[in-house]
Design a protein around this ligand. Structure first.
Ligand code: ZN
Length: 479
């Protein structure tokens, strides 16, 4: 009988790149014997030394696992297709025995069901899978939309913010109609509009060292859509400790990265970056800006990786870092190695539980800082001072020129944060300095910096230009 054997991507190099190999065989055992007779190089990937089929290689006749038929003795009718489905590294152990589809779901997922490498078996795995999205922002939005559309059975959403107008430039799961609502509720409503057949579990709270293990334990895959280093290391460490797959994505201005961490033999985020940059060195998207479509590209790549890992199709980005440059429109993949000295996934791990990630990243919550570290002036006090004339005092705006073009406080001088150290002599001429940015965070950094280099009469403008637009001149735009 002529049957065809479908070869998965990782094994194709051993069969001269073929997707399918035709053999003459009456049962599964004979088919594999014929395959290895034609292509000897594939044999060690399928069989252990004692001749047994390797435990991570599964064989499917149509959408049935042959283990549940007659194993290697399963007869193959003429024209049958036998699929080799190796588990991915750290592969997902998904029980699909209870999964059934209604006719409505069959229609909805028909383009998947007819797709080789997904099919009914893959769609069942999608429905059985549980994926946690950390953040429903720029990366979480597109990832959640596509995972919902793809039929991932349970989607967890964790976020602790409300929808703001400035989110809508990229956080496409939210909309004008949900402004002011909780992000997790806004996202849940949109997901259910796309696909009412899936469950959405929401957590309106930050991910912390206290709740991370309990939360992540309940899921198969975590999509890291965080925007700060503390949460990124927390997600990484929790996933490594629990043996969960962590689909990583990050964005900044026009550049993005993606990878898959936490797989059994693959590297983790700490293998890539063992330490975070010093606080303030790498600006957040709120400070540095981000091209709105960029998280769309990276978030969809994260969703793609999740779908591949769940269904076992293709080769996940394990041990590879994808680097995307939107301005060049280039994608590069860099090899990533597991670091044997990695503090959490290395040969002698030193981190065996979750730690204080604010401390690790050198950031302490604002509330814990003594109030006297950054002297402040309110925007109403500043307005009074400006009206009376600044005299020898100066108002310094440490934002970027693009932000200056949007809105500014009359009387301010633009001096982007990074250039301040070059202007110390000039600043020393002033009798008093008021430092201002968008919301008061960057300017507080500069006030602290100036105080450490000897400036005494320097104050942070509390709330920045946003507070000015809110409390002094309401005609001004905000961003
Ligand atoms: Zn590691």
């Amino acid at each position: 009988m002529s049957v065809s054997i479908r070869i998965p991507t990782p094994l194709r190099p051993h069969v001269a790149g073929a997707r399918q190999v035709a053999v003459e065989a009456a049962d599964v055992r004979a088919a594999l014997a014929a395959l290895t007779a034609q292509h000897a190089g594939i044999a060690p990937h399928l069989f252990a030394e004692n001749g047994d089929l390797r435990a991570f290689v599964n064989l499917y006749l149509g959408d049935d696992d042959v283990r549940y038929l007659k194993g290697l003795d399963t007869p193959l009718p003429a024209g049958a297709t036998l699929s080799i489905v190796p588990s991915v590294a750290g592969g997902l152990d998904l029980d699909t025995s209870h999964i059934k589809f209604t006719n409505e779901e069959m229609r909805r997922y028909s383009r998947h069901l007819i797709l080789p490498d997904i099919g009914v078996a893959g769609q069942k795995r999608l429905k059985a899978a549980r994926v946690l999205l950390v953040g429903t922002g720029g990366l979480g939005s597109p990832a959640a939309l596509y995972l919902a559309a793809a039929g991932v059975g349970t989607i967890g959403l964790i976020d602790f913010d409300t929808v703001d107008e400035s989110n809508l430039q990229r956080q496409i799961i939210h909309g004008t109609s949900t402004l002011g609502k909780l992000k997790v509720e806004s996202a849940k409503a949109r997901i259910h509009d796309i696909n009412p057949f899936i469950d959405v579990e929401t957590y309106n709270e930050p991910l912390t060292s206290e709740n991370a293990l309990d939360l992540i334990r309940e899921y198969d895959i975590v999509i890291d859509g965080t925007d700060n280093f503390q949460t990124r290391y927390l997600v990484n460490d929790a996933c490594v400790l629990l043996g969960k797959i962590n689909v990583y994505g990050s964005i900044y201005r026009f550049d993005g990265q993606a990878s898959v961490f936490g797989a059994k033999d693959g590297p983790c985020y700490r293998c890539l970056y063992s330490e975070p940059p010093p606080p303030g060195l790498v600006p957040s998207c709120a400070e540095g800006g981000v091209l709105g479509v960029l998280p769309g590209v990276i978030g969809v790549i994260q969703a793609t990786e999740a779908v591949k890992i769940i269904t076992g199709a293709g080769e996940p980005l394990i041990g590879r870092l994808l680097v995307y440059d939107a301005l060049e429109m280039s994608f590069r993949t860099l090899k990533l190695r597991k670091n044997p000295d990695c503090l959490i996934c290395g040969e002698h791990p030193k981190i065996t539980g979750l730690i204080d990630y604010d401390e690790f990243c050198g950031v302490k919550p604002v509330a814990e800082e003594p109030a006297n570290v950054v002297p402040e002036i309110t925007v109403t006090e500043l307005a009074t001072r400006l009206k009376a004339g600044l005299g020898g005092a100066r108002l310094i705006d440490v934002r970027e020129p693009n932000e200056w073009d949007i809105v500014r406080i009359p009387g301010a001088t633009l001096m982007p944060k990074a250039t301040v150290p070059d202007h110390l002599d000039e600043l020393a001429q002033a009798s008093e300095l008021f430092i201002q940015c968008r919301s008061g965070v960057r300017s507080a950094d500069i006030v602290r910096f100036l105080r450490t280099v000897g400036f005494t009469n320097v104050k942070n403008v509390k709330g920045g230009v946003l507070a000015w637009a809110r409390e002094v001149d309401r005609s001004l735009p905000t961003y």
